[in-house]
Write a protein that binds this ligand. Structure first.
Ligand SMILES: [Zn+2]
Length: 402
């Protein structure tokens, strides 16, 4: 996106920090110091884009067969079937040792975020220059720094289509649920029914939530029926289809007297709630949506908890006055959770296939981006196959003709 491209230019002017211990030049062919130049074969990648300017660098979540490893890598071997996490972690710094891999201190040399926030995230594959400027994984080969930290082996009984999403969406949804302090018996409201919101619904129920209410609308309204078709006890609110004079808040107060215990946000920038934001989106000047955050603060019960996967400016008064726990969930520290997530998948407590609606060959990425740009309905989560992919596993979609 424009901000990311501008960040790249500014970085060139003010120069990088010297904290990073990895190179972002993943084409480095210095044999002996790295795995061999053929790299690792990506067997599948997953994709979720929002706008073309962001998508070109966005997204890598990949499953690979390891072709070679560098000389210091001990756990991962050539031939292993692995998934790579989107945050790149060193495994050794203070944050990594506390399993906060998404804020690793050694893999992002971007100096702008450090200047603004006083800290920075880890390097992230295929996201933006604010997160290190690493190339993404929409490719057939990738070089993964810190080979003993960032890939995780997949057992043979977990098919690609179920294992792949541990690298990002499954971990992001799970992290938001547990980081926000969801407890057994809670009533949970979730803003945004995309793939992360959908998986948060599954996690909330599996963690003991008694009720989950999913809120969406506009071009994303179809997702309410889609997610409910997978989890029938889900309750939904379509904000474009409310009774006359009603609002999300009034509906929530009616169906959950006193307000939900927990509110989770997976909708930042996805839809406009006020005219100012509508015009920002129209003009491509949108930053984030403060409207949703204010709505969440007003909706939850006193001392309720709110988890945010986006960012924003919002009115802080009600937050203090009503004791709301407002938690910015950061990027998910994927490596912290993925052993748990594997257990959930193997015990069939969650089913990642519930969100996978399409399977597309890597060569069709331009058409895929165009379809998502048009907001084609029914495209919840896409599995992108490469030349090295296995045939579709049972229960996963066949190849889609875009
Ligand atoms: Zn680290």
């Amino acid at each position: 996106m424009a901000a990311s491209q501008a960040a790249s230019v500014v970085e060139k002017v003010i120069e990088h920090s010297d904290n990073a211990t990895v190179t972002i030049d993943v084409s480095n062919h210095d044999k002996g110091a790295y795995g061999q130049e053929t790299g690792e074969k990506i067997k599948a990648t997953t994709w979720q884009g929002k706008d073309s300017s962001r998508c070109q660098s966005q997204v890598l979540w990949m499953k690979v067969t390891v072709e070679s490893v560098g000389p210091t890598v001990k756990k991962v071997k050539a031939g292993d079937r692995v998934v790579a996490a989107f945050p790149i972690a060193c495994g050794e710094c203070r944050n990594c040792k506390e399993q906060l891999m998404s804020v690793c201190e050694r893999t992002n040399e971007n100096s702008i975020t450090h200047a603004i926030h006083g800290k920075r995230t880890a390097g992230v594959f295929g996201y933006s220059h604010f997160t290190g400027g690493f190339a993404g994984g929409q490719a057939e080969y990738v070089r993964v720094p810190y080979g003993d930290v960032n890939p995780l082996q997949l057992p043979a009984d977990v098919p690609d289509e179920k294992g792949l999403y541990r690298s990002d969406v499954l971990a992001t949804a799970y992290h938001c649920v547990v980081d926000t302090g969801m407890k057994k018996g809670d009533v949970v409201a979730i803003w945004g029914g995309g793939p992360i919101g959908q998986m948060a619904v599954e996690y909330s129920f599996s963690q003991g939530a008694t009720r989950v209410i999913l809120i969406d609308g506009g071009e994303g309204a179809w997702r309410l029926d889609f997610v409910k078709s997978k989890i029938s006890k889900l309750e939904t609110i379509d904000f474009n289809n409310l009774p006359r004079g009603e609002s999300i808040l009034s509906q929530l107060k009616m169906i959950v007297p006193g307000g939900p215990d927990v509110a989770l946000e997976f909708a930042a920038g996805e839809y406009a709630k006020g005219w100012a934001h509508y015009f920002e989106m129209l003009l491509g000047m949108e930053t984030d949506t403060s409207e949703i955050l204010n709505e969440m603060i007003t909706a939850v019960r006193p001392f309720g908890r709110i988890g945010i996967t986006g960012t924003n400016h919002f009115s802080i008064g009600a937050l203090m006055q009503t004791g709301i726990r407002f938690i910015g969930n950061c990027q998910a520290p994927v490596q912290k959770y993925w052993e748990h997530l594997l257990k959930f998948i193997r015990r069939q407590e969650i089913n990642p296939l519930d969100m996978v609606t399409h399977r597309v060959p890597l060569e069709n990425m331009p058409e895929l981006y165009a379809a998502f740009e048009r907001r084609d309905q029914g495209m919840q989560k896409v599995y992108v196959q490469t030349r090295f992919s296995s045939p579709p596993a049972e229960g996963s979609p066949q190849l889609t003709d875009l």
